[in-house]
Ligand binder design. Structure first.
Ligand code: S3P
Length: 756
């Protein structure tokens, strides 16, 4: 729905492309159409004013400000950055008297300099002055080029100060929203740094490249042969020189800082080209090419990663409607645990590792990107295919900044072990959820091996790992059954003197051990203890990643609880350390068969065929808990539909997953009206047990940004009486990209919505 601007009289100072396009956008939105609201402009060029009136963009205008300010409610300063000071001094002399309720904003692209001009002109930052900057433009100039769509779907950054009047900010927001722009706020300093990198530096480079080439060939002969690459790279060198001179003067320091970074990058590439270092070139180009695609997807808003993800997080909502049945034949994405490990071992191996079935989810992509940042050339992923050019056990390079692993606990914990053995320092950071998760469980035993690791308070991320320490193997009795801790220590053990032995209190997933063996590295096991000897090497081996049983689980449970369902999930990993969900569902009475069992690259797989059958509540055997640890949120939904009570104990690890999953599920079950009792290490769930119709109601669930909580309540809706709305679902993309589409394909009524 169109936003309406309620300003009585808007004055645009500077009627060039930017000011003219604002007027055009306001007109297109109907501003002033019925005589309510007047649009004025001031410009030193009387010809521009006349053209603006002729084009119907403004009602009237003048070359002098003073005669226009009477009764204006909103002033937009759209003059070049260096002219702002003069205009503000003129306004300071007349505005307060002539227009007491006025709000002032600007469009300049260097905010600190404009703030300085404002303080000079007004003696302080006025509370009614809201600085802003629309991130839109064109290499054209003048009011004749005004484009009513210039700001549509573009961002406008406002940089209000702590004492800016919130009402003034809201009015400026409304102005831009009316032009269909997306308005966001940030601090002045941050704005200037961001713009220096994303806009000012590229303009500087484009101007410089064209100028350099033009000087080398005075007759400009070379431009005749300049094809797409030159044209694409230099389009912005046609922009307004005066405007850009002003910007570089105004934002000097931030531009210089970004230019320094750029020069260092070019120098590195120069070395690589000079010495014919193809791997270094490939690593840089690959990283850049992926970053560019990633950027493209951000622009198209098809991905929920990085800053965009942070902003959108609270916003992505699922609405799951009751009813339907679950049928068909599908393949869910690749196993997350195996995907992480494939990249890690492939990077450390000698030779090239070809991976098939790689999970293109945000967690495993974070691992992949981290290795790129440590100089590993990685091609793909293209439809699950990834080629990792291994650098050998000692070939990783120091990354230029912290390694950000997003939501991925597996990445952070396994990296901790692997990086403890490197010659360089690293910092590991993650998103808000990961930053709350315990890392002492890996940092403590790594310290016993001689690693130097600093954590934040309470053993939380970020982790600072000091390189160059010599590690010694230890025998470690794990206090909890954790495959991540075990794998972390085995990876550190590769770099340690002597044997590293890990005893697990209960069997946990053994993908690390299997894959190490597949890469020719001997891993031994006796009973509950596994060990390896440090100092060996890995040889690249092909990896076929099976579908993730943890992702398959949502559809297994969906079919298990819904009468009339008959579903086949193809090529699912059925490693014995992962099949707790199959065992538990069968104990509950599910009709679940394994078909086409075979082995791929050291991991067993099968097609899972499930048909609806009534479920019974059970006491979940303790030995199944570590084997189904990620599957409990979905299994709780099975329990909510079973006849009788299901009891889970010994599952305190669920409290430290992507959320406190016992509490998050208990809260959600309470919302939809499922009787339960929450315990410190488990839960009792009383199932509805009906053969038909609803087993509970609907409601509004907070997934707390936990992918598995979100997907569990999405399938719960199959047997709900009312729709289930689930908030904060963007993280589903960490483990299960394409969940919505697959869910719909098999018969769920699931929609994505953007929450208000
Ligand atoms: C994983 C191990 C498990 C699991 C996680 C993946 C792995 O964590 O919950 O999703 O890939 O090693 P813990 O080791 O903390 O049990």
């Amino acid at each position: 729905m169109a936003v309406e601007v309620r300003e009585a009289r808007i004055l645009i100072v500077g009627l060039g492309l930017i000011g003219g396009s604002l007027a055009a956008a306001l007109r297109a939105a109907g501003y002033g159409a019925d005589g309510q609201g007047e649009l004025l402009a001031c410009d030193p060029d009387a010809g521009e004013i006349a053209r603006g009136v002729e084009m119907g963009l403004i009602d009237r205008g003048e070359t002098r400000l003073e005669s226009l300010v009477e009764g204006v409610s909103l002033v937009v300063l759209a003059v070049p950055v260096m002219a702002m000071g003069g205009v503000m001094r003129e306004l300071a002399g007349c505005l307060e008297r002539a227009a007491p309720d006025v709000v002032v904003t600007d469009v300049g692209s260097a905010k600190a300099a404009i703030r300085r001009s404002a303080i000079d002109a007004f003696g302080r930052m006025p509370a009614n002055l809201v600085l802003g900057h629309p991130i839109a433009g064109s290499e054209k100039s003048g009011v004749a080029a005004a484009d009513p769509a210039l700001y549509a779907r573009h961002r406008v950054i406002l940089t209000p100060e702590p004492d800016t009047d919130p009402v003034a900010t809201a009015r400026v927001r409304r102005l831009w929203a009316c032009c269909q722009a997306e308005v966001l706020e940030m601090a002045v300093e941050r704005h200037d740094q961001v713009l220096a990198r994303t806009s000012h530096l590229p303009h500087l480079l484009a101007f410089s490249l064209v100028d350099t080439l033009a000087r080398q060939d005075e007759r400009l002969e070379i431009f005749r042969y300049a094809a797409g690459g030159f044209r694409d790279f230099t389009r912005i060198a046609g922009s307004d020189p005066v405007m850009w001179r002003d910007i570089f003067i105004a934002n000097r320091d931030a531009v210089l800082a970004s230019l320094d970074d750029f020069e260092a990058g070019v120098a590195r590439l120069r070395c690589a080209v000079e010495s014919g270092d193809g791997d270094a070139m490939l690593a840089t180009f690959d990283r850049a090419s992926h970053a560019r695609h990633y950027f493209e997807s951000l622009l198209n808003q098809t991905s929920y990663q990085a800053e965009y993800q942070m902003q959108q997080h609270g916003k992505l909502r699922f609405r799951a409607s009751p009813g339907g049945k679950v049928t068909g034949r599908i393949r869910v994405p690749g196993d997350k645990s195996i995907s992480h490990r494939a990249i890690m071992l492939g990077a450390l191996a000698e030779g090239v590792t070809e991976v098939k079935g790689f999970l293109e989810g945000e967690d495993s992509l974070a691992t992949l990107q981290a290795f790129r940042e440590m100089g590993v050339a990685i091609e793909g992923p293209h439809q699950g295919r990834v080629t990792v050019h291994g650098v050998g056990m000692h070939g990783l390079k120091a990354p230029s900044g912290p390694l950000y692993v997003g939501n991925a606990g597996t990445a952070m914990r396994l990296f901790a072990g692997l990086l403890a053995g490197q010659a360089f320092d690293t910092e590991l950071t993650g998103d808000a959820s990961l930053t709350k998760r315990p890392m002492g469980r890996v940092a403590d035993p790594l310290r016993l091996m001689g690693a130097r690791i600093d954590t934040a308070e309470g053993g939380r991320p970020p982790l600072h790992i000091h390189g160059g320490e010599s590690l010694t193997g230890i025998t470690y009795d794990m206090p909890m059954a954790s495959a991540q801790v075990k794998s972390c220590l085995l990876l550190a053990g590769l770099y340690a003197e002597g044997e590293t032995r890990v005893r697990e209190p209960a069997p946990t997933r053994d993908h690390t051990e299997r894959m190490l063996a597949g890469f020719g590295y001997a891993v031994h096991r006796e009973g509950d203890t596994c060990w390896l000897e440090g100092g060996g090497t890995l040889s690249a081996a092909p990896i076929d990643v099976p579908s993730d049983i943890s992702s398959a689980t949502f559809f297994l449970v969906a079919a298990a609880i819904t009468p009339g369902s008959d579903l086949v999930l193809e090529h699912v990993g059925i490693n014995p350390t992962r099949i707790g969900v199959i065992n538990i569902l069968r104990l509950m009475g599910a009709d679940l068969r394994l078909e086409n069992e075979h082995e791929v690259g050291g991991e067993p797989v099968a097609d899972l065929h499930i048909r609806y059958a009534p479920l019974q509540g059970i006491d979940i055997p303790l030995d199944q808990v570590p084997l189904a640890i990620d599957e409990f949120p979905a299994l709780f939904i099975a329990a909510a539909n079973a006849a009788g009570t299901t009891r889970l104990r010994g599952a305190e690890e669920l409290r430290v997953k992507e959320s406190d999953r016992l509490k998050a599920m208990a809260d959600g079950l309470a919302t939809i009206g499922v009787e339960h009792a929450l315990l410190e290490d488990g839960i009792d769930i009383v199932g509805g047990g009906r053969a038909e119709g609803a087993n509970y109601g609907g409601g509004h669930i907070d997934s707390l940004g936990d992918h598995r909580i979100a997907m569990s309540f999405a399938i719960a809706a199959l047997r709900a009486g009312e729709p289930v709305d689930i908030d904060d679902c963007a993280n589903v993309a960490t483990s299960f990209p394409g969940f919505i589409d697959l869910a719909r394909r098999v018969g769920l009524a699931l929609e994505e919505q953007e929450a208000a």
